[in-house]
Ligand binder design. Structure first.
Ligand code: ADP
Length: 500
């Protein structure tokens, strides 16, 4: 628990991840837009100027070279000058005010570049910096702009800002060509390779806005997202704590996305099952304590009478104590059986045996009862039937059904056990002519502790567990079972098993 407390809540985790993502995105943007902008721009420009030079060299013998050059110059924003080896100007396109190749004298250019290019396989390439004073409109914008243009200003001794010159990187590309007539010439191209200051400024300002907007947006989204993710979980957690405190009516309402809905449903189901178990536990304790008390009261009552009144020390009274003690132990073993069926730990020990013989034997044990109290138990059967089942458990079923029949049969005190075989299945029916069971009670009598007449005959008849045990055993055998009953006429309890 201690460790868990230290962990971040899901809300802050989601927020942290999202912030990290946005941070990374911004860093990337800054790197590309600001830090590497110069080098990218330079690389692109260099490539452009080289390919421009190559295509000019290819088309050097064009009849309309001048307009071709103008096209290229405008497209790539470069100045072009083609000079003969003597320093004569053959062609020229001058589109930039700060162009270096048009400022320098032709003769000097040829001298410098021709040699260099010759020594370098026909092309020369030179970059250099020029001091460049910002045009007036950019200088104005920088002044207002406190932030972005600050580096272009420095304070003089009197504390006034004065304009500092901006360094622009420029590049000259030289390439030697030979005309069709055999004369040599040099193509000179000039272009600025620092990004234009205004563009950089625009990007920088834009990036500032983007940064702020993205940060605010990501904060907002992170909070929203984390709330949507976290809140259902938090609510489920709260409900689960309630449940842990034993409030089984707690409902889990976490919704919002599939996983959490499923979790809610599962927990609702678990809570329902738990509450059922809890309900059963309460019922069980109430019923068992009630059922235990009756025989115990009898036992202590009779024992005290026998202790205090010597004349009462009769075998009949001792027999009552023994009967009540037996009832107690039956009750306890019934409860144990029930809990085994409940927990699913009850296992069967199936074997082959004759169902007919088993029923005959059980009915035989009722001999004393039938003899003394006038009960009649008839067994109707055709042939001996073998089944594969747990004999001990099945005899428990038959006992319970016959006991019930004896307990609830009518004045005629007659009970019929009928065995029939049909389509490979044996059906055993226990029939009585008692009061029967009302149709709406029928499905309920299989439940634990269900008694149709709760007050009546409680002490005299069973614990209310009998049919529940019957059901448990028959279901373990995957047997069909049921009851048909007509109130006033009697009931027929039956089950079916496959014949071997
Ligand atoms: P009990 O120990 O009370 O007999 P059971 O689980 O065996 O408990 O039966 C549940 C209830 O079903 C009984 O209380 C009784 O009301 C009803 N019942 C069971 N068998 C019969 C029957 N043969 N005739 C009428 N009612 C019956």
């Amino acid at each position: 628990m201690k460790n868990k407390r230290k962990e971040l809540s899901i809300k802050w985790k989601v927020f942290a991840y999202l912030s990290a993502f946005v941070g990374a995105l911004l860093v990337l943007l800054w790197l590309f837009q600001i830090v590497f902008l110069d080098s990218f721009y330079q690389a692109i420009k260099t490539r452009a100027i080289k390919s421009a030079s190559e295509s000019i060299a290819k088309n050097i013998n064009d009849s309309d070279l001048q307009s071709y050059l103008e096209g290229i110059a405008n497209r790539d924003d470069i100045c072009v000058r083609i000079l003969s080896t003597q320093g004569e100007e053959l062609y020229s396109v001058d589109i930039r005010p700060d162009c270096m190749i048009h400022k320098l004298p032709a003769q000097a250019l040829v001298e410098q570049c021709f040699e260099k290019a010759e020594g370098n396989g026909g092309t020369a390439f030179e970059t250099f910096s020029t001091d460049f004073v910002l045009p007036p409109h950019e200088a104005m914008r920088d002044k207002q702009d406190g932030d972005g243009g600050e580096e272009n200003w420095e304070k003089d001794r009197r504390g006034y800002k004065k304009k500092r010159e901006v360094v622009m990187r420029s590049m000259i590309h030289a390439e030697i060509v030979t005309f069709a007539d055999g004369t040599d010439a040099i193509i000179l191209l000039n272009s600025v390779i620092s990004p234009i200051n205004a563009t950089v400024e625009t990007l920088r300002v834009q990036l500032g806005y983007i940064t702020v907007i993205l940060l605010v947006l990501s904060l907002f989204i992170a909070l929203l997202l984390s709330r949507r993710v976290a809140e259902p979980i938090i609510s489920i957690n709260d409900s689960a704590k309630e449940l842990a405190r034993g409030r089984y009516d707690t409902r889990f309402g976490g919704r919002g996305y599939r996983e959490v809905s499923e979790l809610s449903d599962t927990l609702n189901y678990a809570a329902k099952e738990l509450s059922k178990v809890e309900q059963l536990r309460r019922e069980l304790i109430a019923n068992i304590s009630h059922d235990l008390r009756t025989p115990l009261t009898m036992i202590t009552g009779y024992a005290e009478v026998m202790r205090d009144l010597p004349g009462e020390n009769t075998p009949e009274n001792v027999q009552i104590i023994i009967d009540e003690a037996n009832r107690l132990s039956t009750l306890v073993s019934d409860v144990l059986d029930i809990s085994k069926f409940q927990s699913g730990t009850q296992e069967l020990a199936p074997g082959e045996f004759s169902l007919t013989a088993l029923v005959r034997e059980i009915i035989g044990r009722y001999g004393k009862l039938t003899g003394q109290e006038g009960y009649q138990i008839r067994f109707d059967y055709g042939a001996e039937v073998m089944v594969n089942a747990d004999e001990v458990r099945l005899s428990q079923v038959i006992y319970n059904l016959i006991n019930n029949a004896i307990n609830y049969t009518g004045e005629d005190k007659s009970i019929t056990v009928r065995q029939t075989v049909h389509e490979g299945r044996v059906r055993l029916e226990v029939i009585d002519n008692g009061a029967g069971i009302a149709a709406d009670e029928l499905p309920l009598i299989w439940d634990r502790y269900y008694k149709v007449d709760k007050a009546h005959k409680r002490a005299a008849v069973g614990s209310g567990l009998g049919l529940s045990i019957v059901r448990g055993i028959l279901e373990l055998h995957h047997a069909d079972y049921g009851v048909e009953s007509t109130p006033g006429k009697g009931s027929t309890f039956w089950f079916e098993l496959p014949v071997l």
